[in-house]
Write a protein that binds this ligand. Structure first.
Ligand SMILES: *Cc1c(COP(=O)(O)O)cnc(C)c1O
Length: 443
């Protein structure tokens, strides 16, 4: 490095660590995080993207927005409500507050009145039973896949689970439910065909090896055309004549039927139709934290809760607290986005568009993961130049839009109404950054 090399002027790590603001940040977030930030800013100076004299100021502003974790909050402008890549359900304010309270010591398994140990998650269980009176008992585990595995393992063990060939599904990222079930040694007895399965198919498969019959809801695909499936009520009759439990995995977590999703089966309906256990995820249409929810007959739920595997899948205190608050508190963001008033959505969209430009176009929202697979939710979006999408994603807050047909589409359905100003600021900042980089490319 030559004597005159500006890189010589880059402040050294020990000098930066000794700055009072940096020392304070180290105490709060840990020195490792701070050192990483320092290295990143120094690298930017080394590669000439900033001047050595800017290092200190850049570091201090970086510290202001940094934390000990690296997940970034995102404004979801895709119109997809339960977006798996964006963490599925955003929690209600009540659920967020519950997380904060449960983060320290908390009475998750303790009765403050008597000073004795209590049943873990009793409050979340009570909230579930209040929300779904058709269930006699409830159990919460880590996620929907765990709930399914627990139900089939506890009820069928090394015996058989009877499942229609039309319900052998893959839920994403290469995970196949039949493989999941088989992973504990439970065998799957396939019945029927991909498009049609009849009551006789089930009846012919039931034998002494059968542990339970499973119905899995097609939450992320549709089989249409020449199709036939046995209704839950009929399947339940068949199971109960054979003294076998019927497990229904609905995935979505819709507790009661919702007119916005007329085809989506509800937990309460399946229970009234005779299902012994129903399964749902906490972070799909229920709008809560990641959790696997099992609702059903008291004796069957007790069997599941007693199985050793239940301990390996138990819900953590944060999820239990957030689930209870989701169920008891005000309407969470997921159902709000599903039931959004189209006129209000259009008015908001036009107001934002008046600030940032672009055209307001028709745009259908989607439920996304775990329910109402193909149902379009009519709405609108702001169409902006396609190349804005990347700058928006890299901004603060990060804004994730949909890129389609050469446009960057901003759908406000899943953007909290009190964040419209933040969205406007983020779009204006992205537009300014694009303009600046265009000017430097073509001076
Ligand atoms: C989503 C889903 C699951 C898996 O639930 P997770 O909470 O993602 O583990 C299982 N079955 C069905 C039908 C689903 O839709």
């Amino acid at each position: 490095m030559a004597e005159s090399d500006p890189r010589r002027r880059i402040p050294r790590t020990d000098r930066l660590l000794a700055l009072p603001e940096v020392e304070r940040a180290s105490a709060q977030m840990g020195e490792r995080v701070v050192r990483e930030l320092i290295r990143a800013v120094q690298d930017r100076a080394r590669s000439g993207r900033i001047a050595p004299e800017q290092v200190e100021a850049e570091l201090l502003s970086g510290l202001g927005t940094a934390g000990a974790h690296s997940l970034h909050p995102v404004l979801n402008a895709t119109g997809v409500i339960v977006h798996t890549n964006l963490g599925r359900a955003p929690l209600s304010d009540a659920a967020r507050a519950a997380l904060q309270d449960a983060a320290g010591y908390t009475d998750v398994e303790f009765d403050l009145a008597s000073g004795r140990r209590s049943r873990r998650g009793a409050a979340a269980r009570a909230a579930l039973l209040a929300a779904c009176p058709a269930a006699e008992d409830a159990l919460v585990v880590n996620n929907g896949a765990a709930a399914l595995l627990l139900a089939t393992t506890a009820l069928a063990g090394s015996g058989e689970v009877v499942l229609s060939r039309g319900e052998m599904i893959e839920i994403g990222a290469g995970f196949r439910l039949p493989e999941l079930i088989a992973s504990t040694g439970t065998r799957i007895r396939e019945v029927g065909t991909t498009n049609r399965t009849h009551a006789e198919d089930y009846a012919a498969a039931l034998d002494p090896a059968t542990g339970c019959v499973l119905r899995i809801h097609a939450s992320n695909y549709r089989i249409s055309g020449f199709t036939s499936a046995v209704p839950v009520a009929e399947l339940a009759g068949l199971c109960h004549d054979a003294r076998l439990p019927l497990v229904v995995d609905l995935g979505s977590g819709l507790v009661d039927p919702d007119p916005a999703l007329p085809e989506e089966p509800a937990l309460s309906t399946a229970l009234r139709d005779g299902a012994d256990v129903v399964i749902a995820s906490g972070d799909k249409l229920l709008g809560g934290p990641q959790a696997g929810i099992l609702l059903g007959r008291a004796d069957v739920i007790a069997r599941l809760a007693r199985h050793p595997m239940a301990r390996a899948m138990r819900a953590d205190k944060l999820a239990l607290a957030a689930l209870e608050a989701t169920l008891r508190g005000p309407e969470p963001p997921v159902p709000s986005a599903l039931h959004i008033d189209p006129a209000q959505l259009r008015a908001r969209t036009e107001a934002v568009s008046a600030q940032v430009g672009g055209r307001v176009v028709d745009h259908d929202g989607r439920v996304g993961g775990g329910g109402g697979a193909e149902v379009p939710l009519p709405g609108v979006a702001i169409a902006l130049p396609e190349d804005l999408a990347e700058t928006l994603r890299r901004g603060d807050p990060a804004v994730v839009a949909t890129v389609r047909d050469g446009a960057c589409l901003l759908d406000l359905r899943c953007v909290p109404t009190d964040r419209d100003e933040d969205l406007i600021r983020a779009v204006k900042a992205a537009q300014a950054a694009r303009a600046a980089s265009a000017a430097s490319e073509h001076p």
